[in-house]
Write a protein that binds this ligand. Structure first.
Ligand code: BGC
Length: 748
């Protein structure tokens, strides 16, 4: 559903000092948390489960049911007595104040806290999740999550709706920027650290959208067909790692159907896999409007309906009274919600507003962006630029005089002062609108080349762009492709005639640098003409400084692609996205529980590529991409040597990396495995990685331990992972297509 009522009028952004003043005011006006009662559940030496059981004994049936649903979408709906104590986020579940149980106050927080503008507050926009993932750095992921957790808490929220980890099964998915790439081991490892970071601030962390919501088109209706084995080894493996290692308090089930049932009433996904096989102790909440039933959803394992209460209030109670929902099910839902609140500190550390430090946020955003920018091409060492040698610089395109683009949808963070391309005071942000952050590449470049003449051209007309580029010592073209939740890209090409503009500039100036601001892979008909290409993603609050630092070499780029860039859409497993028929689109605001229960008529999409997501597809099909998974250049060079593979409980892979160039750098070393033929798997899969900092000439010997599961296949008969005996090939190097070290290990 993309329920209009849910989405009307996003955020009028505010100026920073106003927002700080407002925060103080708001804190004074709002009712503060009641003093803690002294019931036995307040004994912090008891486990979260014991505390939940103790408090449940005191609760009335109505208080229990109230924990199972939201009370509308506080951002958009009128203030009701129930959502009055909320912080006007997107979801609110009332607590039990008389027992010291706070409400659960939820905000979207994919790359920063959403809706801060409408609330008169500031929040940091980190670079898009895909940018952070491109650093392959679990510690950056932790910092990313921790900043979000701190800012959520400072704004009075106690639950995050971030943690998106759907795999890039289709690179045209409009939410690719919100996710962590195409590989389950990489994405799962990173999301786990991100969740830990968020939860370090006494905020419930979330992982979403469970599962297989890999296209936005028709997401409320689509029925995804996939074998259990393929699902467990691909998309679900990312969630499995995220849940086991990150221990999020909550899992958000997705809108789509999986093998016949909606994800939010899918017994296999929610109970058999998540709650039983993975032993997830927290609660499952539905994506917004993703609940379609009471009895069926409850039995399948849905614990909390958001943002409203079509099913999990009156209907739930009626079904309970009629014996259609057992009391034990109600108690299990309530227990899971309460134990999560105790485990994440919501009860012991009540939410409390404070003032956000925007400068610290800028610095974190910049550093993460610097480690996630990917240098895709650098012919004749076109980069880094040397300020001393440049007299004229042409900066072209993508509003690079004033800003950088951000990703849309429920992930949208409001820029300070509003949309940078609008006149002052006109910058209110809206759903499905391109929002530009006030971080100016033009100014960042001029600041780093103070003696050069820097000219700007809007990049809307090839002839004008070419004239601007001609004769300049370097032409830097910024090109972008916006993307958002609620849509997929029709294709992977740059819109607004940008391919022609880049070609024209590169023809006019042999020293042309292209900086991409995209969330998705793009095709590049001009690839041979540009001398250097940087993928800067959606670069966040301080993106321009990060790009400036990489362009001028203050920072040596180290990011690597987490998604394959194909040569053309024809090379994808599905050359076209299956679009929904008309009757399977568009729930509207007038929908009733009856309509919701029926759901939109399904349309079928079969993931017959199965486990072959991303590079596994290109490997298996022997197709050469434009830029492969794991690829990224540096201003220095590295040598790999001395591979040793030692079997054991965890196979240990040891090797040496030497920085053979003249600059300090960080190299991401990637470890892949080829399984025995009997496994019938694609040629290789990522099984580990490490990021190593090296001074010029320095060498380090590092070890990566491989989890047995990462070498296993999912055996549908046993309904479990199985490590097949046989010969495994271990491959190590700096890109999925360049793995100089190879060794064998016989397991079992
Ligand atoms: C999105 C979720 C989001 C929710 C609340 C849904 O449309 O799919 O990711 O958390 O809305 O805004």
């Amino acid at each position: 559903m993309k329920h209009k009522a849910f989405r009307a009028g996003l955020a009028a952004p505010a100026i920073l000092f106003l927002s700080l003043a407002f925060m103080q005011l708001g804190a004074a006006q709002r009712p503060q948390q009641k003093p803690h009662p002294t019931g036995p559940w307040m004994n912090t030496s008891l486990s979260p489960d014991e505390r939940a059981d103790l408090v449940m004994k005191e609760m009335t049936p109505d208080e229990k049911v109230a924990l199972l649903h939201g009370v509308g979408m506080p951002t958009d709906d009128p203030v009701t007595p129930e959502n009055a104590p909320s912080n006007r986020g997107v979801g609110y579940t009332v607590g039990v104040p008389r027992l010291g149980i706070p409400g659960i106050d939820m905000s979207d927080a994919a790359y920063g806290v959403r809706s801060s503008g409408v609330n008169g507050r500031y929040s940091t926009a980190l670079p898009a999740n895909v940018a952070a993932a491109s650093s392959w750095d679990p510690e950056a992921a932790y910092e990313y999550g921790a900043l979000i957790g701190r800012e959520l808490r400072a704004q009075g929220f106690n639950m995050s709706l971030g943690g998106g980890v759907n795999l890039t099964r289709d690179p045209r998915n409009g939410r690719t920027f919100e996710y962590l790439g195409e590989d389950p081991v990489l994405a799962g490892t990173l999301v786990a650290r991100l969740i830990q970071g968020t939860q370090s601030a006494n905020v419930i962390g979330d992982i979403k959208h469970y599962a297989l919501n890999d296209q936005e088109s028709g997401r409320n209706a689509v029925n995804i067909h996939i074998s259990k084995r393929a699902a467990r080894e691909s998309d679900l493996l990312a969630f499995e790692i995220g849940v086991e290692k990150g221990q999020p308090g909550a899992v958000m089930c997705s809108y789509n159907r999986v093998n016949g049932d909606f994800a939010c009433e899918n017994q296999w996904l929610l109970t058999d896999v998540l709650k039983k096989a993975w032993k997830f102790p927290g609660f499952v909440l539905s994506d917004w409007g993703g609940t379609h039933s009471d009895v069926k959803a409850s039995a399948a394992g849905l614990d909390n309906e958001q943002p409203g209460r079509f099913f999990y209030e009156k209907r739930f109670k009626d079904a309970l009274d009629a014996g259609k929902i057992p009391q034990s099910e109600l108690d299990d839902h309530v227990h899971r919600i309460l134990r999560t609140m105790f485990a994440q500190g919501l009860v012991d550390h009540p939410r409390q507003r404070s003032v956000i430090d925007p400068f610290a946020g800028f610095e974190t955003a910049r550093k993460i962006e610097e480690s996630g920018i990917v240098l895709l091409k650098n012919e004749k060492a076109a980069l880094p630029l040397s300020a001393a040698k440049l007299k004229t610089i042409a900066v072209i395109g993508s509003h690079s005089d004033v800003g950088m683009i951000s990703g849309g949808g429920s992930a949208q963070v409001d820029p300070i002062g509003g949309n940078a391309i609008k006149a002052a005071g006109q910058g209110a942000t809206h759903w499905m609108e391109e929002i530009w952050f006030p971080t100016s590449p033009l100014k960042a470049i001029q600041a780093r080349a103070p003696h050069a003449t820097v000219k700007y051209d809007a990049g809307t007309d090839p002839a004008a762009a070419s004239a601007a580029a001609k004769g300049a010592d370097v032409a830097i073209v910024f090109a972008y492709r916006w993307a958002s939740e609620g849509m997929d890209l029709k294709d992977l090409s740059l819109p607004h005639n940008q391919d022609a503009i880049i070609s024209a500039v590169a023809s006019a100036n042999p020293h042309t640098v292209v900086v991409l601001e995209t969330g998705n892979p793009v095709t590049m008909p001009w690839v041979d003409k540009a001398s250097a290409i940087l993928e800067a993603w959606f670069a966040g609050s301080d993106g321009a400084d990060a790009v400036g630092n990489v362009l001028f070499g203050t920072v040596n780029p180290s990011g690597k692609l987490v998604n394959t860039f194909p040569k053309s859409e024809g090379d994808l497993p599905h050359p076209t996205i299956t679009m929904p028929p008309k009757e399977s689109t568009g729930f509207d605001g007038a929908a009733t529980p009856e309509k919701w229960a029926a759901g939109l008529p399904p349309f079928e999409v079969t993931y017959d590529e199965g486990v072959k997501v991303g590079y596994k597809w290109y490997d298996a099909e022997d197709k050469k991409p434009l830029f492969p998974f794991g690829f990224g250049l540096s201003y220095t060079t590295y040598r790999y040597s001395g591979l040793q593979v030692t079997p054991g409980e965890k196979t240990k892979v040891t090797f040496t990396i030497t920085n053979t160039g003249s600059r300090e750098g960080a190299e991401i070393a990637e470890v892949y495995a080829g399984l025995p033929a009997a496994a019938q798997e694609p040629p290789k899969r990522l099984v580990g990685f490490t990021r190593v900092k090296l001074n010029p000439g320095e060498k380090k010997t590092v070890s990566v331990e491989i989890e047995p599961k990462y070498l296993s296949i999912f055996d549908e008969q046993k309904d479990d992972w199985s490590l097949l005996p046989g010969d495994y090939t271990i491959m190590v190097g700096g890109s999925s297509d360049n793995l100089p070290l190879k060794g064998n290990v016989n397991l079992k």
